[in-house]
Design a protein around this ligand. Structure first.
Ligand code: CP
Ligand code: NVA
Length: 339
């Protein structure tokens, strides 16, 4: 696998073998790190991390991954640069590409990460846009491989806003890797028709099955993986909360839903998650909507506390894997020797 010089902005650009190669490299890097082996093979390189939206995991994963590889890393936060305000994304790309060896971008428009990739002259990595979140999928699929030893044929049922960055990217990833993907959501929150068709076509070669369902219980039946994400994504106005709660309450991941999945099924969530009243937003939502929608009265939204804290939940392993997978993406695309 030679990915030197490649961008990582959507999984649509990567083959099944390349995705599996990155997952296997991540598993190797994780094991070696735990065994005490260091990976400072890119000590002559520097990367810049551009964040138009906040982050805990993605930022930390890029910073720790870069330091582990011996690289310098500059974090530029939502108000920390001229990009998009006094300077175009295209100009920013041409400036930063002369100083850095790789650029991470988290923001709103997928077109912005594409413009960076077109003009930077160095690898550009998508750390989340409104449309896609491809580095998250690598960590998710690594976690699934660690749990089941394979991705082929694994049934992953996704509950929630299926046309957000996670719904789109999980569907693409599942199509590439020959999985059985089911999105459980009301029709209004299904992915774009064109993307569904694209994924179905990809799935013909890989053996994947792509399904959309309005029935949460049917979707959960015999699943290996039950997956959910926040009901309102970064960048959406807070006015959408009520309609989203109304639409998605039937898709909340509860112990009852988990019972329908296979006995050895795992629960996954990209995080951050609302599963109690220990966040400001969770408290606000519980007090605003708890009376009308009793299932959210304790600040439990997309998932109940019992599920996320329960024995089937692998969410923190999944979060840790963000770091190993992002490190693998930087190592492979910057062309570091594979340690
Ligand atoms: N899962 C994820 O991308 O988390 P952050 O928003 O904390 O980076
Ligand atoms: N759909 C979520 C994912 C967070 C990692 C968002 O965009 O906010």
């Amino acid at each position: 696998m030679n990915l030197k010089g490649r961008h990582f902005i959507t999984l649509l650009d990567y083959s099944k073998e390349e995705i599996m190669g990155l997952i296997d490299l991540s598993i190797k890097l994780k094991k070696e790190k735990k065994d005490g082996k260091t990976h400072k093979v890119l000590s002559d390189k520097n990367v810049v991390l551009l964040f138009q939206k906040d982050s805990t995991r993605t930022r930390s994963a890029f910073e720790v991954g870069a330091f582990d590889l011996g690289m310098g890393a500059t974090y530029v936060g939502p108000s920390g640069s001229q990009m998009g305000k006094k300077e175009s994304v295209k100009d920013t790309a041409r400036v930063l590409g002369r100083m850095y060896d790789g650029i991470e971008f988290r923001g709103y428009r997928q077109s912005d990460v594409e413009i960076l990739a077109e003009h930077a002259g160095v690898p550009v990595w998508n750390g989340l846009t409104d449309k896609y979140h491809p580095t998250q999928i690598l960590a998710d699929f690594m976690t699934i491989k660690e749990s089941f030893g394979t991705l082929q044929g694994i049934k992953l049922a996704y509950f929630g806003d299926a046309r957000n960055n996670m719904g789109n990217s999980l569907m693409i990833g599942a199509a590439k890797m020959g999985m059985h993907f089911v999105a459980a959501a009301p029709k209004s929150l299904w992915p774009d028709e064109v993307l569904i068709k694209t994924c179905e076509a990809i799935g013909e070669a890989s053996g994947a099955r792509i399904e959309l369902s309005e029935n949460a219980f049917e979707a959960a039946k015999d699943a290996d993986v039950i997956y959910t994400d926040v009901w309102v994504s970064m960048g959406e106005p807070k006015e959408v909360w009520e309609e989203r709660i109304k639409a998605l309450v039937p898709y909340q991941v509860t112990p009852k839903l988990m019972m329908l999945a296979k006995e050895k099924a795992i629960f996954m969530h990209c995080l951050p998650a609302f599963h109690g009243e220990d966040t400001d937003m969770g408290v606000d939502i519980a007090s605003a909507f708890g009376k009308k929608y009793p299932s959210v009265r304790n600040g439990e939204l997309e998932v109940t506390d019992a599920v996320i804290e329960g024995p089937q939940s692998v969410v923190f392993e999944e979060a840790e894997n963000r770091m190993h997978t992002i490190k693998a993406v930087m190592l492979a695309t910057l062309g570091g020797s594979h340690v």
